[in-house]
Design a protein around this ligand. Structure first.
Ligand code: ADP
Ligand code: MG
Length: 137
């Protein structure tokens, strides 16, 4: 059993597809172990994406992530990290496989609907960034 962090990004929250995205997880044996909706601060977004701080798209990424509320979740299940990445599809929605969340709900590489941890180690850190242990059931 693994846990991974998922974020429904501001574009998907604005479109009103929170429920449709959560359905993808629940229909594929990923249980919602924790969930909350919040508005990230600039400081939150810069810290969360610190790994990308030297990339040319960093400022746009931070600005986008604070452009509206997000929904943050802990997903739990067998191979949760890889399964979530598979359900999400490629970073660029134009390259995302048919039927993936990004193919169905994302508009561009900037506004790409969801975040998902890319390794078990990053998942642990990202979960701890957003949730206390008592918030994860
Ligand atoms: P992923 O979200 O698929 O794990 P990355 O961790 O590589 O992708 O990048 C984090 C986020 O930064 C992406 O989801 C996307 O919103 C943004 N991003 C990545 N690459 C680019 C790019 N070349 N141009 C603009 N935004 C990008
Ligand atoms: Mg990533």
């Amino acid at each position: 059993m693994e846990q991974t962090l998922s974020i429904i990004k501001p574009d998907a929250v604005k479109k009103g597809v929170i429920g449709k995205i959560i359905d993808r997880f629940e229909s594929n044996n990923l249980r919602i172990a924790a969930i909350k909706k919040l508005q990230l601060t600039q400081c939150d977004a810069q810290s969360f994406y610190a790994i990308h701080k030297d990339r040319p798209f960093f400022k746009d990424l931070v600005d986008f992530m604070i452009s509206g509320p997000v929904v943050v979740m802990v997903l739990e299940g067998q191979n949760a990290v890889a399964k979530n990445r598979e359900l999400m599809g490629a970073t660029n929605p134009k390259e995302a496989a048919a039927g993936t969340i990004r193919a169905d709900f994302a508009d561009s590489i900037d506004a790409n609907a969801v975040h998902g941890s890319d390794s078990l180690e990053n998942a642990k850190n990202e979960i701890a960034f957003f949730f206390g242990t008592r918030e994860i059931c």
